[in-house]
Design a protein around this ligand. Structure first.
Ligand code: UDP
Length: 402
């Protein structure tokens, strides 16, 4: 288990001292976080660092998972998609299955904590199933730029019971919701297995184990197999880049247990990749492996994040932290992290050629790649490290609990 002391040398002593100060009044307070998966995706990634560090600070923070059957996760994935703008057929049956998971969860869980933090829409109705005796926070990690109105109106009946809603971007603040709202940007943990510096020979071993040669320029996208991440669009980009120069593409994704669409999209991507390249230069990997992600990001000559919507995009933060040049869509939370031409490139998500041109530009200009990478690392150090996120969380908890 990591402790805040371990971050000496990565962030300033003043930052560490401020965190201890902010935690003082919260010693022994019980905070319960609830989401719907222990692994896969950014929410689990964030919780796996924030929860142990909060406990190290004396805040008794717990993390529980809302269980659900396959029907439940099919529905909540549709809800997730609709919150990002897709259509949804909102039937009474779907509503009832959605609420049932929270009702069941309540039977097995006693909630007498000082604060409850619900992540994303899956456990949102739980607030209505409990006798509410503490502040409840809804932490939404989704790109709420343009939510489906019908679903948003339906979810409001639960949202109105919350004391605070936290989003990742000012653009997601909702004027039509009277609940207090704040923006908290996610962050990465520089000491997690995914982000810590690893010896070169370890990285090479992992790349070899997963069949990734390093004799050609390497382009990667590391993301769940999800239409919002547009892995098929990345294949189109690769096709354009390959006309200009010999290179390799790795699409690496893992399956989140709360995302039932992953397998089908993975298979579709594999088929398209096989049609596109017969020489093995397009590699599609389905594996949950932090060291592999770490090694892949470090070995990449360009990291692409061709999302169509993106709540924040921790994969972008992770690549920036490793000093990699990133070419990413100008959507959702990505624009909070990348300033075009300074620490990476922002592109129109529909513009395949534009994205490919930026990738080629970086691959052909070492000086540019180095400059972007250096600025990228600085951005994360200044704005997106876990210590800043701890501070923000402590401010929120001090506000709502004390
Ligand atoms: N991730 C991973 N293995 C993969 C793909 C993704 O560990 O094969 C991790 C990735 O490194 C990041 C998180 O899953 O930490 C994805 O977070 P992000 O905010 O980018 O997107 P989300 O999946 O939450 O929509």
């Amino acid at each position: 288990m990591r402790s805040l002391d371990d971050y000496h040398g990565i962030v300033s002593d003043r930052q560490i001292y401020e965190i201890y100060q902010k935690a003082r009044g919260l010693t022994g307070k019980h905070v319960l976080c609830i989401n719907s998966t222990y692994q896969g995706g950014g929410v689990a990634e964030l919780l796996s660092s924030v929860v142990p560090l909060m406990n190290d600070l004396g805040v008794d923070m717990g993390w529980r998972i809302l269980h659900g059957n396959p029907d439940f996760f099919t529905i909540t994935k549709k809800f997730h998609n609709a919150l990002q703008g897709a259509e949804v057929n909102l039937t009474e049956m779907k509503k009832s299955l959605y609420v049932r998971a929270s009702q069941d969860f309540k039977v097995y869980t006693h909630i007498d904590h000082d604060c409850v933090v619900i992540h994303d829409p899956q456990p949102l109705p739980l607030v209505r199933c409990c006798r509410k005796q503490q502040p409840w926070i809804w932490r939404c990690h989704i790109d709420l730029t343009d939510p489906n109105k019908e679903l948003w109106d339906y979810l409001k009946q639960y949202l109105l019971r919350y004391d605070l809603m936290l989003v990742s971007n000012t653009r997601y603040l909702r004027e039509d919701l009277p609940v207090e709202q704040q923006v908290v940007h996610p962050a990465l943990d520089p000491l997690s297995p995914k982000n810590i510096e690893i010896p070169e020979d370890l990285a090479e071993r992992y790349l070899e184990k997963f069949g990734i040669p390093t004799d050609k320029p390497l382009i990667t996208q590391i993301s769940r197999f999800d239409t919002w991440k547009d892995p098929e669009g990345v294949l189109d980009v690769y096709q354009e880049v390959e006309k200009e120069m010999d290179c390799r593409l790795v699409l690496c994704g893992s399956m989140a247990t709360d995302d039932p669409e992953g397998q089908e999209i993975f298979e579709r991507v594999e088929r398209k990749a096989a049609q596109l390249s017969t020489n093995g230069d397009v590699i599609v990997i389905n594996s949950e492996n932090n060291i592999l992600v770490n090694a892949l990001q470090r070995a990449s000559d360009v990291v692409v994040q061709k999302s169509l919507r993106e709540g924040f995009g921790l994969t972008v933060t992770e690549a920036l932290w490793k000093g990699r040049p990133v070419v990413a869509s100008a959507v959702g939370g990505i624009g909070l992290q990348i300033t075009d031409g300074e620490n990476g490139f922002l592109v129109d998500p529909q513009d395949i050629k534009g994205c490919a041109d930026r990738v080629v530009q970086i691959l052909q200009d070492d000086g540019l790649a180095r400059r972007l990478g250096k600025n990228a690392k600085r951005t994360v150090r200044e704005k997106f490290l876990i210590t800043r996120l701890l501070r923000d969380w402590l401010d929120v908890l001090n506000d709502v609990i004390l």
